[in-house]
Structure formats: C-alpha cells, structure tokens
Design a binder for this molecule. Structure first.
Ligand code: NAP
Length: 284
C-alpha cells in the first residue's frame, strides 16, 4: 500500500510560507502584484483564473484581472502586455492559455518581460532552467518537486521516467529531476517498450493526458508515482493519467487526482510572484 501524498496540505503549507514572506515585504512597502489576462470565455480557463484570484487574496497579493473579449486582436493583447510590463504595481504577468486560435501565443509569451514571466514560459527563462540558474520554475513541475521534497523522497541516483515531453510539463520536469541528480528518461508517443522502461523506474511522473494510462503492470514494487494528469474518465469524472486502483497497491508513494499535483500549481504561481516582487527590490 502506498503512502498518498497530500497535495492540498503541501499546497497550503507553501501558501502559508508565501503569506509570511508577503507580510514581511509589505512592511517594507512592497506588495507583490499579479496580473492575470484571459481572452475569451473558455469555462475551464475561467475556473483557473478565479482560483488564481482567490489564492492571491489568501496570501495578501495585489491582483488584477483583465478579461478580454474573444475578438481581441494580437495588437491589443500585446499593448496590454506592454502596459503591464511597465506597471510597477505588477510583478507577475500570467496570460491564461490556450488563447483563441487567431492569436499567436508564442509571440505573446515572448512579449512578457522575463522578470515578470511567473509561468516561466519565456525562452529566456526556459534557457535559464536548462543551465540551472533560474528565478522561476514552471509551476506544475516545480509543484511536483515540492511534493517529493515534502516526503523527503531522494532523487539523486534514482532512475526517473517522465512520460510526456510538453514544453510546460514534461521537458522542464525532466530537467528539474536531472538537476537533483536523477537519471532521467523522457518517454513520449513514439517511445518503444514503454512498459519495460517504466518497470525500471524508481520514480515515474505521468504527464500524458490520457485517462488511467499508467497501469499496475507498468510499475515496479516500491516505485514513487506522481500523476500530473487532469483527465475525465468514461463517466466524465476527474481522474489522472495513472490507474490509481491498479498502481496504488504497488507504489511506495502516489499522488491522487484530485488533491495531488493540481493544488500545487497555483501555490507555485504564488511563490513565483513573490520571487518576482523580491527580485524587483534586489532581494531575490
Ligand atoms: P500535452 O502537451 O498533450 O503532452 C502530452 C505528452 O504525452 C506528449 O509529449 C505526448 O507525446 C505524450 N504521449 C501521448 N500519448 C502517449 C503514449 N501513448 N505514450 C507515451 N507518451 C504519450 O499535455 P501536457 O500539457 O503536458 O499535459 C499532460 C497532462 O497533465 C494533461 O492531463 C493535463 O491536463 C495535465 N496538466 C495538469 C496540470 C496541473 O496543474 N495538474 C498542469 C498542466 C497539465 P508526443 O510529444 O510524442 O506527442
């Protein structure tokens, strides 16, 4: 039986830590500020944006929300980013993805001041992660590292398999495990012998986007299994990329969905915004 890693509790602890630091910064006259920009009315994006706003209130940040209509042009969006880049009250800028199809998300991300890029998607920040000299880490992989640390799970020397190679989860996840001296394999849709590769893993991070993809017979006894997936099962119920019922009896540690990696992402966004505010007064 696995120990279930409680993402809600770890997330609450991170937010508590951020709040304490925020109070300290406020006493010095700096209130961390986050601007969230949403274009269009995608219901899932709306939920994420509301959660971010609530988290800002909880930790004591200043927050601004810009809800732009679906037909917003690229130029209008870039103008807003320019304005936020120059705004001293704002330390972090988050443009909620995905953007409507007529907008170029790469160009928008490239336009954000890298010092305010609290999602860590800007090429400059991605490059810094590569060389291990970063201010911000992308929120979801950073949240996974925080979960591992919360249970004192050692990465050094471990065989780690990351399933998925997206720019926002899989690739940075692999890099963070590598920085902790794990021996990392990145698997993807063209990987052959995935089952054998996973069976050799001490730590598996599943970021595939396919419900219950990782089965019990792909996991060795005692493996640590982290489920990044946010999927819907055949009944429309939220589930992860890991078949929890099959894998949990074999794993030593496992994250549930919901209540595992999900709550960490917003907590790490708060952490990044705090870091940006500290950096703005050279306290980073
Ligand atoms: P993505 O961009 O769709 O990437 C999925 C990755 O899985 C791709 O690299 C793909 O390989 C790989 N893959 C697909 N089928 C596979 C297969 N049969 N075998 C092995 N690899 C396979 O997804 P993402 O943005 O990384 O997100 C992954 C999951 O995490 C989703 O469920 C998403 O909702 C969730 N997520 C959760 C959070 C959170 O806060 N908890 C944040 C972000 C994402 P190719 O590259 O070869 O296509």
């Amino acid at each position: 039986m696995a120990k279930i890693i409680d993402g809600k509790a770890v997330s609450a602890a991170v937010k508590h830590r951020v709040k304490e630091e925020c109070d300290r910064l406020k006493a010095k006259g700096v209130t961390p500020g986050l601007a969230v920009v949403i274009v269009g009315d995608d219901p899932a994006s709306r939920v994420y944006v509301n959660n971010k706003k609530k988290a800002c209130e909880l930790v004591g940040f200043h927050s601004e929300e810009y809800a732009l209509p679906e037909q917003t042009t690229q130029e209008e969006l870039l103008d807003l980013v320019d304005k936020l880049n120059a705004d001293k009250k704002i330390h972090g800028i988050l443009v909620q993805l995905p953007l409507p199809k007529h907008l170029d998300d790469k160009a928008v991300i490239a336009h954000i001041d890298p010092n305010k890029d609290v999602d860590a998607f800007h090429a400059e920040n991605v490059g810094k992660i590569m060389i291990g000299e970063y201010s911000f880490l992308p929120c979801t992989p950073a949240g996974v590292m925080e979960l591992l640390a919360s249970e004192n799970i050692e990465v050094e020397g471990k065989s780690c398999v990351v399933i998925g190679r997206s720019n926002i989860v899989g690739k940075p996840m692999a890099m963070l495990l590598l920085h902790k001296n794990g021996t990392v394999t990145i698997a993807h849709s063209r990987t052959k012998n995935l089952k054998e590769i996973c069976l050799g893993a001490d730590i598996i991070v599943a970021a595939v986007g396919i419900p219950k993809f990782l089965k019990g017979d792909m996991v060795k006894d005692g493996a640590v299994v982290i489920d990044v997936g946010m999927d819907r099962d055949e009944n429309g119920k939220l589930c992860g990329d890991v078949d929890f019922a099959e894998v949990e009896p074999k794993a030593s540690y496992i994250t549930p969905v919901p209540g595992g990696v999900g709550p960490m992402t917003i907590a790490m966004l708060m952490q990044n915004t705090l870091t940006a505010a500290k950096n703005s007064i050279n306290e980073g």
